[in-house]
Unconditional design. Structure first.
Length: 292
């Protein structure tokens, strides 16, 4: 036998068909079905925003418009005072978000890094506020702001922002408790004050938690209907409240295609903010649970 014949030929590789187990196939089908269930209301909202009023009220219901009415969007957003109400909402949401994040970060730093008698009990009291329904504090808040002359102003949201949020305080406390103590010790040796340690060391490394708290709070204020409806008049109200009366015909009936068009524009900023900050939300929640 020659030397060439003694050399073994490499084995031919054969493509093995991918086998999907019935259980995994059922799982994928369930995911697809759930995705369709969650997406269908959004698809229906988008399609309805392009219908005429007659198509919306037709029976049986038409899923797709015969001719997409793109003119609904300028009529709902530009012709009517949509942007004025959106500006009112921004005047509440932006300052409230900034103040809430900063005050919650300060409180979380204090609970995580400062030693004081009764700190654990006070932290439990702060967390217990998460269990209190909003309806319980609605009437006391309204009476308090009414006696102070702060109704029909944006000051209540500023004051709430200065007091922080129980959930955000919890997030910051959990995150700051996981920061290595060596950083704090080195800063104290260099003569840094507590506030400087917080501002220059702890706050810069808490980007994911800041983004998580800011996104959650901004979306909550942007979508809140109950509180502005109680505290604000129709001139200073927010977009979530104004949408209910902005798209009525002379008979007081809702023009649903224009209303759905406005809802698309109303939901778009929150959707963009969530999609952009989704990874920060996941990272912030994960890193906040490292250490208790």
């Amino acid at each position: 036998m020659s030397q060439a014949q003694m050399v073994k030929r490499p084995a031919m590789t054969r493509s093995v068909p991918v086998q999907i187990r019935p259980g995994r196939l059922l799982l994928y089908a369930s995911f697809i079905l759930l995705t369709m269930v969650f997406i269908m209301p959004v698809v229906w909202l988008l399609l309805t925003s392009l219908k005429t009023r007659a198509e919306y009220g037709s029976y049986p219901t038409m899923l797709f418009p015969a001719i997409p009415q793109w003119s609904n969007y300028p009529e709902a957003i530009i012709v009517r005072p949509f942007f004025k109400l959106a500006w009112n909402t921004l005047q509440i949401a932006l300052p409230s978000t900034i103040l809430t994040v900063l005050s919650s970060a300060l409180a979380g730093f204090a609970f995580a890094r400062l030693n004081a008698p009764g700190k654990r009990v006070l932290f439990i009291l702060v967390l217990s506020m998460l269990l209190v329904p909003r309806m319980v504090t609605t009437i006391p808040n309204f009476m308090l702001f009414s006696k102070l002359g702060l109704t029909n102003t944006y000051w209540p949201w500023i004051l709430w922002g200065l007091s922080g949020s129980s959930f955000h305080i919890f997030l910051f406390r959990q995150f700051f408790a996981a920061v290595p103590k060596d950083l704090e010790d080195a800063a104290e040796v260099d003569g840094c004050s507590r506030f400087r340690i917080f501002w220059q060391i702890f706050l810069p490394v808490s980007g994911p938690v800041i983004a998580t708290a800011a996104i959650f709070h901004f979306q909550w204020v942007w979508g809140d209907w109950f509180t502005p409806n109680i505290l604000l008049s129709s001139e200073n109200t927010t977009l979530s409240v104004g949408l209910g009366t902005l798209y009525l015909d002379p008979k007081g009936m809702t023009i649903y295609p224009l209303y759905m068009t406005a809802l698309v524009a109303y939901l778009l900023p929150m959707l963009i903010i969530f999609l952009v900050g989704q990874k920060y939300i996941v990272q912030g929640i994960v890193t906040s649970g490292i250490k208790g």
